[in-house]
Design a protein around this ligand. Structure first.
Ligand code: V4E
Length: 219
């Protein structure tokens, strides 16, 4: 079963924080280290594929709508959809390997574990590494998870997130995210940079510029 992450990022103002502390339920606080991997030529991220190891767990995120079939955002698109993103998430190592191999044309077969030897064989190297402290909240009657992230390189961002299974109604998830956003007093006109945008801009500006130029990331 494939998971789809429907997500909207936001800047957490003092008002939003107050609202969360008063009406939200703090469901957890955690700290994790993310390491992102790609080939030296960035074959994965230039296709909007993000391979990461969070603590000891591997995860691959790639768009629900493949980069090749993407249309420019039109005026017809709802504001909610314009500020939200949909990515498939896979966590099974054999599936991750198959998908990655599709892209970087590894010819090896019979590898079943995404260990460090597999990484070096297909020339995957860590290009970004940071630690996040995350506080997670929920609002009464809402299924959307609200994360407040503080990354160790000095960037804070909020995320509204719903996980659905592939084939489930993305539109309904977008509407739930929108409803939670309204309850938090967020407006749809604001597009917010994710942690990776900011990390790349600061640490790998050339690759960041390339991702902007091919419309994988937006400034
Ligand atoms: C999908 C993606 C990246 C991978 C990191 O994804 P994200 O959900 O931003 O990270 P995080 O740490 O919050 O993961 P979670 O704990 O929720 O699983 S890096 C860039 N992208 C693409 C992307 C994009 N183009 N635009 C926006 C607004 N977000 C992500």
């Amino acid at each position: 079963m494939m998971t789809v992450e429907v997500e909207r990022k936001f800047m957490c103002s003092a008002n939003t924080l107050k609202m969360l502390e008063e009406s939200g339920v703090l469901v957890g606080k955690q700290q994790f280290r993310d390491q992102y991997f790609d080939t030296p030529q960035f074959d994965l991220t230039l296709r909007d594929m993000w391979l990461r190891k969070r603590e000891e767990c591997w995860e691959l995120k790639y768009p629900l709508v493949p980069v090749s079939g993407r249309k420019e955002k039109s005026g017809e698109q709802s504001e909610t959809a314009a500020v939200s993103t949909c990515y498939k998430e896979i966590t099974s190592q054999p599936e991750i390997q198959l998908k990655v191999k599709d892209v970087i044309r590894d010819t090896e077969t019979g590898v079943t574990c995404l260990d460090d030897s597999w990484l070096s064989r297909v020339n995957l190297v860590c290009f970004a590494e940071f630690t996040t402290v995350r506080q997670s909240f929920t609002l009464e009657e809402e299924e959307v998870k609200i994360d407040l992230d503080q990354a160790d390189f000095g960037y804070n961002v909020g995320e509204l997130e719903m996980l659905i299974t592939e084939g489930e109604d993305v539109h309904a998830a977008l509407e739930r995210i929108d409803r939670t956003a309204r309850k938090l007093g967020l407006t749809a006109d604001q597009r917010v940079e994710g942690k990776m945008n900011v990390y790349l801009k600061r640490n790998l500006p050339e690759h960041y510029a390339k991702l902007l130029s091919v419309h994988i990331l937006r400034a």
